[in-house]
Design a protein. Structure first.
Lengths: 253, 222
């Protein structure tokens, strides 16, 4: 390990632990800063929508949450698959750490959508394709978490839940494109990279800021949770013992 | 490979034939569960006809989820599952034979009973036909996905509930198109599109599920 950085340098739990220890406070700072800026633009700068009034402002949390919920499932499945295929312990831990955050964003997207739907559509919930598939996504997250938690053997838990995540990930594209299959109530995607955005640029700025805030938050939380998992699973290694012995507030070994 | 497949299939069918009551239970559950709905919803023929496709399909789904838990449990308990996985033939053969046997013992009776159950809901002959065809295409998918869930949850404490939580989200497309075919017929439309999508799901599951189940069996018995 004298030859500097390699691709897998941070696949070693001890180095990952040290690196994320440095990064996490900055990520938290970034998340709070971006969220504050995004919310300020969203609430005080962005104009009121002509048809939806002020109710539309919930998109500044709703859309980023919905994006994150879908993206995080794919990221989780990716790391779970890497951990399973290459027997990479850290990748499996990362996948386990991402799952609760993904489930949280799914709940947030559903709940904020319900709060928006009440004044706009006149109902908390409709059995629209997109809402339904978001709900199914939540069930997929819950199934993954439940399976991983139910198996006591760490290795089997990681592998079995990885398989489930991969099988579920095959469903995520179906979920995303379902809005085109069943033409229903939920408005289509307003943002695309190819067409000019159909919303005021301040609204877009606020939404993108909030999206980056959610990203930073997801990284920070996932890293924090991974660090806890590392300490738990590597508790018998020398470096964790050393860490525990020198850490302030512990009685030492 | 074919010899192992046939031997496993025939063994499971023979086991089911010698324990007829066990094999009948999912069917009984299906009929009883379906009969509960008119009691809960009310006896209006129009309403019943409207909810019939969904009710029959959901009950078939639940009956499959309950019966599929036993697919690998017995073999694991007496150790024969590990021996099967030690065989030189790939584990896919085991997964495929087990799922086919499960469908023949538990799925096919549901398909046959569906028209009779449909009569309780005053479905038209055309709708009954669509119900049978959609179940014929859909229940094998349920058996295959259920097999995957059973392999993943093999030997766990709360395997039953866990299996249902894991597998139900994956079966929702089947439910949508299966019940949708019957609804389409009731509305005077062609169910061909629904059949095609069900067929596509069946083919995709036939290819993918035994592979995934084989991997899951290896993980669970390691």
């Amino acid at each position: 390990m004298t030859d500097g950085l390699r691709f897998f340098t941070f696949a070693a739990p001890s180095r990952f632990y040290a690196l994320t220890g440095l990064l996490t406070p900055w990520l938290w700072l970034l998340a709070i800063g971006l969220a504050a800026a995004g919310l300020w633009i969203g609430f005080f700068v962005a104009p009121t929508d002509a048809t939806q009034g002020d109710a539309y402002r919930i998109i500044f949390i709703h859309v980023p949450a919905a994006w994150m919920s879908m993206l995080l499932y794919l990221v989780m499945a990716f790391w779970a698959a890497v951990g399973w295929a290459f027997k990479a312990r850290l990748a499996s831990m990362l996948a386990r750490a991402i799952a609760p955050t993904g489930a949280m964003f799914t709940v947030l997207a559903l709940w904020s959508g319900a709060l928006w739907g009440r004044p706009t559509w006149g109902t908390w919930w409709v059995w629209d394709a997109r809402l339904t598939s978001e709900l199914i996504l939540l069930f997929l997250y819950l199934g993954y978490i439940a399976l991983a938690e139910a198996i006591d053997d760490t290795r089997r838990a990681d592998q079995a839940s990885a398989l489930l995540a991969v099988v579920g990930a095959i469903n995520v594209p179906i979920i995303y494109f379902s809005v085109r299959w069943w033409n229903t109530l939920h408005q289509g995607a307003t943002i695309s990279l190819t067409a000019a955005p159909k919303m005021a640029s301040t609204m877009l700025t606020a939404m993108l800021l909030m999206t980056f805030a959610c990203w930073a938050y997801a990284f920070a939380v996932a890293f924090t949770r991974t660090r806890a998992l590392i300490l738990e699973r590597e508790r018998d290694t020398a470096w964790v013992r050393e860490l525990a012995a020198t850490a302030p507030g512990t009685r030492g070994a | 490979m074919r010899a192992l497949f046939l031997a496993l299939l025939l063994r499971d069918l023979r086991l089911a034939a010698r324990r007829r009551l066990d094999a009948m239970l999912p069917l009984v559950f299906f009929v009883v569960a379906v009969s509960l709905f008119p009691l809960g919803v009310g006896p209006e023929t129009q309403t019943l006809r409207q909810i019939a496709p969904g009710v029959v399909w959901v009950c078939a789904l639940l009956a499959t989820m309950l019966s599929v838990q036993q697919v690998y449990a017995g073999d694991q308990a007496d150790g024969s599952l590990e021996q099967l996985l030690l065989a030189p033939q790939p584990a896919i053969v085991v997964a495929a034979a087990k799922s086919l046997a499960h469908w023949l013992v538990n799925g096919a009776p549901l398909v046959l009973a569906a028209p009779v159950v449909g009569l309780l809901f005053d479905l038209s002959p055309a709708a009954l036909g669509a119900l049978v065809i959609s179940l014929l295409l859909g229940t094998p998918v349920l058996s295959l996905l259920g097999g995957l869930g059973a392999a993943l949850t093999l030997g766990l404490r709360s395997a039953g509930m866990l299996l249902i939580l894991i597998v139900l989200p994956l079966t929702m497309p089947v439910l949508i198109f299966g019940a949708g075919a019957v609804v389409a017929v009731e509305a005077g439309q062609s169910p061909a599109g629904h059949y095609s999508l069900l067929g596509a799901l069946l083919i995709a599951t036939l290819i993918g599920a035994p592979l995934a189940t084989a991997a899951a069996l290896r993980i669970s018995t390691e």
